[in-house]
Design a protein around this ligand. Structure first.
Ligand code: NAD
Ligand code: UDP
Length: 311
């Protein structure tokens, strides 16, 4: 019989790619999403597949379904969206996660949490290995997300120790690709949309802050490898492409690749914006045999093609 998998946040950017890949690998997929930042068009092409089902559901409320595996991706990921209703963001990462862990416990399912590099906050250790505890402001504008995701990791480990649940934690570093929302506010989508429309490219601060960008197909492959790893491997494990770029370098790359005439302008840096970020992926390589295969330029070209189609 086909394995049944629940993907929460399945109508979002990462979730829709994950649903598609899981269906391709022969799973039955149930997508649960409250469509806060997700879009129906992200999953429209899957609706004809008899192995796919979608339910409008907010994970802050209990969900009663029978599944073998849960990928918990529900949570707004872009700073403008998670800061729009910060209390709901924390609820999703705490109450929502308790509900999904409760579901996994009841049906004895394996459960994977989409955690984040934000658990390292504005990191002092560079690159970031999993054993680094981070440098997080508990009362800032990003705290609803950072502390919410940290608490979610705590809950995962307490359900693992207290109830013997099969848990997996992926710490996802900046991921980009087709199906990012054009108004999502994240840097790759912002720069590409601005470059294609000939608008000014808005670099926050002086652009010297760094990020490491992973293409979505690589990330989805990593999440599935983690779910399929032996039960005694819980993570947390960093998933990301370690090639590190300044935001100014990214802006210049996007302008060049899009053949754009846009100017780069500088705007004020948001509070608590991390100065540097780069995953140490030693654990992912050793335990999962995983690393990225797609270089930034190649991924940007595919993403630019997508945005050309939709705007
Ligand atoms: P996204 O905003 O496109 O997707 C999130 C999805 O969750 C959306 O479909 C949204 O409608 C849904 N959602 C939000 N709150 C919900 C709730 N309470 N109940 C049900 N559904 C809810 O973002 P994404 O980039 O696809 O991120 C997916 C997951 O991966 C998130 O948990 C995010 O924190 C994590 N993550 C992403 C990145 C990245 O760079 N893309 C980096 C680190 C972590
Ligand atoms: N950023 C920027 N211009 C934009 C959007 C973002 O310079 O139009 C910067 C932002 O300040 C941060 C980096 O790009 O330093 C990555 O931002 P994003 O919101 O994509 O993700 P983060 O890693 O900060 O969660």
């Amino acid at each position: 019989m086909k394995k049944k998998v629940l993907v929460t946040g399945g109508a979002g950017f990462l979730g829709s790619h994950l649903c598609e890949r899981l269906l391709g690998e022969g799973y039955e997929v149930l997508c649960a999403d409250n469509f806060y930042t997700g879009q129906k068009k992200n999953i429209a092409s899957l609706l004809n597949n008899s192995s796919f089902e979608v339910v409008r559901h907010d994970i802050c409320f209990p969900l009663y379904v029978e599944v073998d595996e849960v990928y918990n991706l529900a949570c707004p990921a872009s700073p403008i969206h998670y800061q729009f209703d910060p209390v709901q963001t924390t609820k999703t990462s705490v109450q929502g996660v308790i509900n999904m862990l409760g579901l996994a416990k009841r049906v004895k399912a394996k459960i994977l949490q989409a955690s984040t590099s934000e658990v390292y906050g504005d990191p002092i250790v560079h690159p970031q290995p999993e054993e680094y505890w981070g440098n997080v402001n508990p009362i800032g504008l990003r705290s609803c997300y950072d502390e919410g995701k940290r608490c979610a990791e705590t809950l995962f480990f307490d359900y693992y120790r207290q109830h013997g649940l099969k848990v997996k934690i992926a710490r996802i570093f900046n991921t980009y690709g087709p199906r990012m929302h054009p108004n999502d506010g994240r840097v790759v989508s912002n720069f590409i949309v601005q470059a294609l429309k000939g608008e000014d490219i808005t670099v926050y601060g002086n652009g010297s802050q760094t990020r490491s960008f992973c293409y979505v197909d690589d990330m989805v492959a990593g999440l599935i490898k983690l779910m399929n790893s032996p039960d005694n491997f819980t993570g947390p494990v960093n998933l990301g492409n370690p090639a590190e770029f300044t935001i100014l370098e990214l802006a210049q790359k996007v302008v060049d690749l899009a053949g754009s005439k846009s100017n780069i302008i500088f705007k004020s840096l948001p509070d608590d914006d991390p100065k540097q970020r780069q995953p140490d992926i030693t654990v992912a390589k050793k335990e999962l045999g995983w690393e990225h295969t797609i270089k930034l330029e190649e991924g940007l070209i595919k993403t630019i093609e997508y945005f050309k189609m939709i705007i």
